[in-house]
Design a protein around this ligand. Structure first.
Ligand code: ZN
Length: 342
């Protein structure tokens, strides 16, 4: 069995607004599942510390960081139409980023084989100077920059399979040739970005791959797009580390979106990414929790990802097949191959 690490702190539960879809029951459902299925005792916990101002400022404007801190110090409030804070949110977001940085370090240094950070609030919509879409700080981008600066890695990939485009991660990394950002997401959809033609700018041109999915694309279409475009693009970039923005809201039963992945499809995707990391970067892979709003999907989905990380050949799908008919992905696939010369 692999040595798989995880990050969790009670502070992640203190960032909470019970009627909001991104609330603390998401994490408690995951923890209950991991305990009930006897997965938790097989994992090694990495304690989370707050990220330092320097680590945050590689991705976010100092005035924005100060504004979030001040808002929380005075009891919290809404930062945009759908992003809340409480008095604990700043602290939770700092621990989320610091925890992912240290989990990544433990994986790259070989103390752990791989890992999954069970953190909240999520991060992939937060742009350099503002909060967005339930996200305060770009945890995945912050961890990628830390790995580049402090672990001296030259090439890192961030792959985002949340159903929403990781616009914040893309905005932060848009001109960075050392960090490849790839995202598959429902499109057109919230947050509006993630078109196929968005490929990075200046020195970062070509280091962004967007796979915009039509509604009802499911297991078959996503398998083809990953096998024929996503995996070849990652192989070509030759990352030394793969960070995954793991959102479970592309499942057909998620209440916020309309993509048709099943839990079996998610298992295939996670196993494929773990196998790819073993093939190209010594197994260096760290998953980071982003979205996923149906708890009956989220808990077994994360549980199956842990099983795949540990190398346990079991999986759980209490929900089953998607009844929708999938759209054809041939034209999308040829266009991705043409734009990215794959
Ligand atoms: Zn999402």
């Amino acid at each position: 069995m692999k040595k798989t690490g995880y990050v969790y702190e009670d502070i992640f539960m203190q960032h909470d607004l019970p009627d909001h879809p991104e609330n603390a029951t998401r994490l408690s459902a995951i923890l209950n599942y991991l305990n009930e299925c006897d997965i938790m005792p097989k994992l090694s916990r990495i304690p989370a510390r707050p990220a330092t101002p320097n680590e945050l400022q590689r991705c976010h404007h100092p005035l924005y960081i100060e504004m979030v801190e001040d808002t929380c110090r005075f009891g919290g409030g809404m930062l945009d139409g759908d992003t809340y804070t409480t008095e604990y949110s700043f602290d939770a977001a700092l621990h989320a980023a610091g925890g992912v940085i240290d989990l990544t370090k433990a994986v790259v240094n070989g103390e752990l084989d791989n890992g999954f950070a069970l953190v909240r609030p999520p991060g992939h919509h937060a742009v350099p100077s503002s909060a967005m879409g339930f996200c305060l700080f770009g945890t995945a981008a912050i961890a990628a920059r830390a790995a580049r600066r402090d672990l001296k890695l030259d090439r890192i990939a961030v792959l985002d399979f949340d159903v929403h485009h990781g616009n914040g991660t893309q905005a932060i990394l848009n001109e960075d040739p050392h960090i490849f950002f790839a995202s598959s997401h429902q499109y057109p959809f919230y947050p509006g970005t993630g078109a196929l033609r968005e490929i990075g700018r200046g020195p970062g041109e070509g280091a962004i791959l967007n796979i915009p999915l039509s509604v009802m694309t499911g297991d078959d279409g996503i398998k083809r797009l990953y096998c024929e475009a996503m995996f070849p693009a990652l192989r070509r970039f030759e990352p030394q580390l793969i960070l995954i923005s793991a959102g479970y809201d592309a499942h057909w039963q998620d209440p916020l979106a309309n993509i048709g992945l099943t839990l079996n499809g998610y298992r295939w995707l996670c196993e494929g990414l773990i196998a790819l990391a073993e093939e190209i970067c010594n197994g260096n892979i760290v998953f980071i929790l982003e979205g996923g709003y149906n708890l009956d999907v989220l808990a077994p989905g994360v549980g199956n990802t842990f099983r795949a990380l540990l190398g346990i050949n079991e999986f759980d799908d209490p929900i089953g097949k998607c009844p929708w008919k999938e759209p054809d992905v041939n034209d999308l696939l040829s266009e991705i191959k043409r734009v990215h010369r794959l």
